[in-house]
Design a binder for this molecule. Structure first.
Ligand code: UGA
Length: 475
């Protein structure tokens, strides 16, 4: 269904503003067409906006213009094709064209962990804002979406002031995003909140107009999307605080898993039982191999680094523990593997020479092809380093995994990966793995031993099929 964009009807609290391009509703651009920018560009076209996506990567832009999504994200393919065909969406490597087109420019470039440090690398933000600012010829709004250290919006404002020709009155705002890979389309079209950090009524009005499609869709579905209008610093902090909270929740339950391992408890039942308390809630309490991806791990580190710079390092010291608990889960899989294979651990950890191990899963979670800081791939590499012959299968992540860790053997299916294996490690909870038949797989392996790194298998079923089963934080 294509959602027509209704006429702007400002709420009494937010003044109506006219897009500087003269278009009836703001034309929007997204700078950076990675997981974030590509998804936003496509979904905003679906909401009825005229959209231009910009990237310096010509191959990516060519793919997008040809109707191919460069990432695996459920639902995105169809929306891309439909909106290209409707003429509302296009992609370009031309920054002058991008500057000319947009009323609202969203900065969606990556902010990876700085090489050799914990802080965020802002070089892509700097490059995209600088080149955009240098090409602007009329008033517009530059909105940061990338996850950044608090204080970045003020710095971006200074950059814009330095590089904008003449007195165009270009303004800056910050509006963090909360999309989760695998659910990104719905998270953009139906967000659970919108947060904007603004300094002027004009910026507030322009951002409201640039989000009106989201509010209107919600109204047609009898929902409301809460809007939080705040200052720059709070808007920037909301994002890292949310990710820090989620990471803490995961590490909390993984810490409980460690205590269960020491005491004979079962963390899956413990999580269920505490999750019934609505003050705690049952989401993000899945104990296992811990969190990975391009966001939570680097965000909690950058948050600590920034707090330290601000003299508030002590307030976030617990995030260091959150990180350590998370990383300990990876070595726990090696311990369980050594235990099942009867390998003793020396000072350098267990030695798996002469064993063949099947690793099912390479991505940091299911329904994505993203292997950035993926616990599954990290464990596969550790097993290989410890001497095992590791055969990996992932339904979507193989190409990215092969590029990141070429020394592993990649297989084309579950059966190929497990054939002849002395041990199977399930490290990403893809539905294909959860629903795999342990009886059939038992016929292919050399040894029926399984580590369930995500507590996603039916342990009773696997045990009945003759498998020695080890979960995370379970007896
Ligand atoms: C995360 C946040 O959830 C998004 O709200 C945020 O917008 C995004 O980062 C971002 O900063 O851009 P994402 O990285 O896609 O989203 O992944 P999550 O669904 O949060 O999962 C992160 C990791 O935690 C995965 O490796 C997952 O397997 C793990 N996890 C999650 C657990 O180990 N246990 C759980 O209970 C939940």
């Amino acid at each position: 269904m294509t959602i027509p964009y209704p006429a702007i009807q400002p709420t009494p609290a937010i003044a109506a503003v006219s897009p500087p391009s003269g278009a009836p509703r703001p034309r929007v651009t997204f700078l950076g067409t990675g997981y974030l920018g590509a998804t936003y560009a496509i979904c905003y076209a679906e909401l009825g906006y005229e959209v231009l996506g910009f990237d310096v990567d010509a191959d990516k832009i060519a793919m997008l213009n040809a109707g191919q999504v460069p990432i695996h994200e459920p639902g995105l393919d169809e929306l891309l094709k439909r909106n290209l065909a409707a003429g509302r969406l296009r992609f370009s490597t031309d920054i002058a064209e991008t500057a000319e087109f947009g009323d609202v420019h969203f900065i969606c470039v990556g902010t990876p962990q700085r090489a050799g440090g914990m802080g965020a690398d802002l070089s892509y933000v700097e490059a995209s804002v600088t080149s955009l600012a240098q090409h602007l010829t009329r008033k517009s709004l530059i909105v940061g979406k990338s996850t950044v250290p608090v204080g970045t919006a003020e710095w971006v404002e200074q950059l814009v002031g330095k590089h904008t020709p003449g007195d165009l009155g270009v303004e800056v705002a910050w509006s963090p995003e909360f999309l989760q890979e695998g659910f990104a389309v719905d998270d953009v079209l139906r967000p659970n909140r919108i947060v904007v950090g603004v300094k002027s009524e004009w910026a507030n009005g322009m951002l409201y107009a640039a989000h009106k499609g989201v509010f209107d869709l919600a109204a047609t579905e009898d929902r409301e999307v809460p809007l939080v209008v705040t200052d720059f610093a709070t808007a920037e902090l909301v994002k890292v605080a949310a990710n820090a909270f989620l990471a803490t929740k995961i590490s909390f339950i993984n810490a409980m898993a460690e205590v269960c391992e020491a005491s004979g408890g079962d963390v899956t039942q413990l999580a269920r039982a505490i999750g019934y308390d609505p003050r705690i809630g049952n989401r993000f309490l899945q104990a296992g191999l811990g969190f990975g991806g391009a966001c939570l791990p680097k965000d909690i580190r950058a948050f600590q680094a920034r707090a330290q710079e601000l003299g508030a390092g002590e307030a976030l010291r617990f995030l260091h523990e959150v990180d350590l608990i998370n990383l300990r889960r990876r070595t726990r899989v090696l311990q369980l593997a050594a235990d099942l294979l009867g390998r003793r651990s020396g000072p350098a950890g267990p030695d798996f020479s002469g064993t063949r191990i099947a690793v099912l899963g390479a991505t940091f979670k299911p329904n994505t092809d993203d292997v950035r800081d993926a616990p599954a791939l990290a464990v596969a590499a550790l097993l290989q380093k410890a001497g095992a012959d590791v055969h990996v299968y992932d339904p979507q992540g193989t190409e990215n995994a092969r590029r990141a860790v070429p020394e592993l053997t990649y297989e084309s299916g579950i059966n190929e990966a497990v054939t002849g294996a002395d041990l199977v490690c399930v490290l990403t909870e893809w539905a294909d793995f959860r629903n795999a038949d342990p009886v059939a797989l038992g016929e292919l392996v050399a040894g029926r031993k399984v580590v369930d790194g995500r507590n996603c298998l039916d342990s009773a079923l696997w045990t009945q099929a003759g498998w020695e089963y080890r979960g995370m934080g379970r007896p």
